[in-house]
Design a protein around this ligand. Sequence first.
Ligand code: FE
Ligand code: FE
Ligand code: ZN
Length: 277
Amino acid sequence: MFTIGSHLSVAKGYYAMGKDALKMEGNTFQFFTRNPRGGSAKPIEEEDALKLKKLMEEHHFGPILAHAPYTLNICSQKEEVREFAEMIFSDDLERLKNLPCHLLVFHPGSHMGQGVETGIELISSFLNRTLKEDHPVTVLLETMSGKGSEVGSRLEELREIIDRVEQKEKMGVCLDTCHVYSAGYDIKNHLDEVIHEFDEVIGLSYLKAIHLNDSLTPFSSRKDRHAPIGEGSLGLKTFIKIINHPLLKELPFFLETPHELEGHREEIRLLQKHRKE
Ligand code: FE
Ligand code: FE
Ligand code: ZN
């Protein structure tokens, strides 16, 4: 099954996002667990969540993906910033129990000059405090572009975090095509090699989702600027290879391209047209 959708706004509620996904002719979606800047969270209404669950079943949705606010920094040098991130993250994990959503992706964070090693230690110890055995959610580390002092632009760094987490079965990775290309993994010309490297370093069993974004900036630029599919340095051909790759094709794909509903519908149509079942 080809599982594809885009990032949607939670403003109108959860069932409304399911409806929007259908309007876009998709069968999944991603959403921020709250205001992306980390503000207050609307409580999840039971009725809304149930309606979404029913809609997802009726329309054979693939797994949907929650995204933690990108402003949280779990490996900040400031204790109050780390504590705030931990509080929001734990609260989001708890709130997800009320939704038909079992995947939560987050940005590992920026070490702010403390060094990658300290960053990795702060992230993994945070995960060891936060992940609970009885919790149904798998937490995904996102591959980052490496701008500033971001942790997680090298596959080895993600591996190192997972290595230090006790509850490994609760861990996964979300590969962002724009970010990995900006970080120096050439998925345009050497997709097979990159997938092989991912398998060697982390293990493909950890790969749970893909963010499909073209990149406004060139290969290895360490920038994080998303472009519409086919309009950036990766190009449409790269995405056709990715969505049809035997080792990737069953994963859920999420567009985070700079588009509104209409534009995302066009992108979804374009990719569906190029998908070989
Ligand atoms: Fe992200
Ligand atoms: Fe992303
Ligand atoms: Zn990005």
